[in-house]
Design a protein around this ligand. Structure first.
Ligand code: EPU
Length: 421
């Protein structure tokens, strides 16, 4: 297993190009199942998760060709309607094949994802929505099995806001007979990006970006070309990094308009942020100020930024109260941050972070994707050497993070598991 070795203390300086959004690319890759025509995608991030999704689609008979960040997919010879446990357990987003498969082929078998480190993460709302659209759903040997002759439009109000739930139901409803109304829908930019792609494929969708999406089903969709939006969480992660180390960085290929509450929050922490049409520049020349936060659905403060901002708070002046409202167990990074000298207490969904003037490098272990990113940020700010173990979590969702950080002047290297042995 690869590790990252970081020698802290270097200020970050220079330019970095932000990749396409993981959480946009994953549903968009699945949308290829909705048509027999080719889908031409650009700005698809090169990540373990996107590769896993392409492998899963490949097992179903979807042909895909990649050249850098361009991916062409064609689902004209689908011969398996099943997502096996081996792939679903490594990537929960595999559940996103359920909606498109049942909508186009009238049948799907997707392994139940099970829990993960950040929480239980059930898929009951995906199932409830598909049942409302007329799918007959049974649980068989650990699989969700959905069957229908043709889905029928319906009104669906999910119990809570769910991002992949909204995306699954959107992909199901576009081929349903009649009108579907999704109430309490997720408003995340990644949902909007998926809807924009579906519209290019011939879908009739209104209200995406609000909590009420209206879909008029069509009998079939056709091919399209689409560029995936930039990754707002990757952008936010680099901003937290410069906040913790000090310096001056320019993010390219990004979009300030989709950052939600992140830029304001980092401004409160003391970063000087300016933005243009496709860039964000941030400089930091002081110790950060502690910033309290409560995670919330978009456009509130993203749960996917909580761990990285926690790393910033760990070295800030003052005390921050951090409340995690979306996932029940998303403080796995806290123990590891404490190994680096952070002063953090957890009580249920709340963490109290008392900033310390200096972290000190240590060996730490990544537990999930965003937790890994917070440990990297803390390591960059710490005195001495930090070794982050189990970075396969990081590779799931960040495109060559250590290379991008090194280009900004960070002292960070990948130590391959083989070299260590
Ligand atoms: N929930 C249910 N039942 C459902 C669906 C969701 O109880 O059927 C609960 C979840 O357990 C959670 C809350 O609703 O407590 C919200 O979960 P949501 O469904 O929105 O999460 P998700 O769609 O599984 C996506 C992202 C996550 C991100 C969350 C929240 C993708 C592939 N994943 O997950 O991204 O944290 O939305 O914004 O889009 C990450 O990139 O590191 C990551 C975890």
């Amino acid at each position: 297993m690869d590790k990252l070795r970081i020698t802290g203390g270097a200020r970050l300086q220079g330019e970095v190009s932000i990749s396409g959004a993981k959480n946009s690319a994953l549903p968009i890759l699945c949308a290829s199942l909705l048509t027999a025509d080719p889908l031409h995608l650009a700005n698809v991030p090169q990540l373990n998760d996107t590769r896993t999704m392409q492998r899963l689609l490949g097992q179903m008979g979807v042909r895909s060709e990649s050249s850098g960040t361009d991916v062409t997919l064609q689902a004209d010879r689908v011969d398996s309607l099943e997502a096996p446990y081996e792939l679903v357990k490594t990537m929960r987003a595999s559940i996103l094949v359920l909606g498109p498969l049942v909508a186009r082929f009238g049948e799907a078998r997707v392994s139940l994802p099970g829990g993960c480190t950040i929480g239980q993460r059930p898929v009951d709302q995906h199932i409830k929505g598909l049942e409302a659209l007329g799918a007959e759903i049974t649980m068989e040997h650990g699989f969700v099995v959905a069957r229908t002759t043709r889905l029928k439009g319906a009104s669906v109000r999910t119990d809570m806001v769910t991002v992949t739930g909204t995306e699954n139901l959107l992909m199901a409803a576009v081929l349903a007979d009649g009108q579907t109304i999704l109430e309490n829908a997720a408003r995340e930019p990644e949902v909007v990006d998926l809807a924009e792609l579906l519209i290019k494929m011939g879908a009739r969708i209104q209200g995406h970006g609000t909590d009420r999406i209206v879909i008029d089903g069509v009998p079939r969709l056709h091919g399209a070309a689409h560029t995936v939006i930039s990754d707002r969480i990757e952008a936010g992660t680099f901003l937290c990094a410069v906040g913790a180390t000090g310096g001056d960085i320019m993010l390219r290929n990004t979009d300030a308009a989709i950052m939600g509450a992140t830029l304001d929050k980092l401004g409160e922490a003391g970063l000087a942020i300016t933005t243009g049409p496709d860039w964000i520049r941030a400089s930091m020349d002081r110790r950060p100020r502690a910033v309290g936060l409560r995670t919330h659905e978009y456009p509130g403060l993203a749960t996917d930024m909580q761990a990285q901002i926690m790393a910033l708070n760990a070295v800030a002046e003052g005390t921050a109260i951090v409340v995690e409202n979306i996932f029940e167990n998303r403080f796995m990074h806290v123990q590891e941050l404490c190994r680096l000298g952070a002063d953090i207490d957890i009580d249920g969904h709340t963490a109290v972070v008392r900033g310390v003037s200096q972290l000190s490098g240590a060996k730490v272990m990544a537990t999930d994707l965003r937790a890994s990113a917070s440990l990297v940020i803390a390591g960059l700010a710490a005195e001495g050497v930090t070794q982050v173990d189990r970075i396969y979590h990081l590779d799931r969702g960040y495109d060559r993070m250590e290379v991008k950080l090194r280009n900004l002047g960070a002292r960070i290297e990948r130590v391959s598991g083989k070299e260590e042995e």
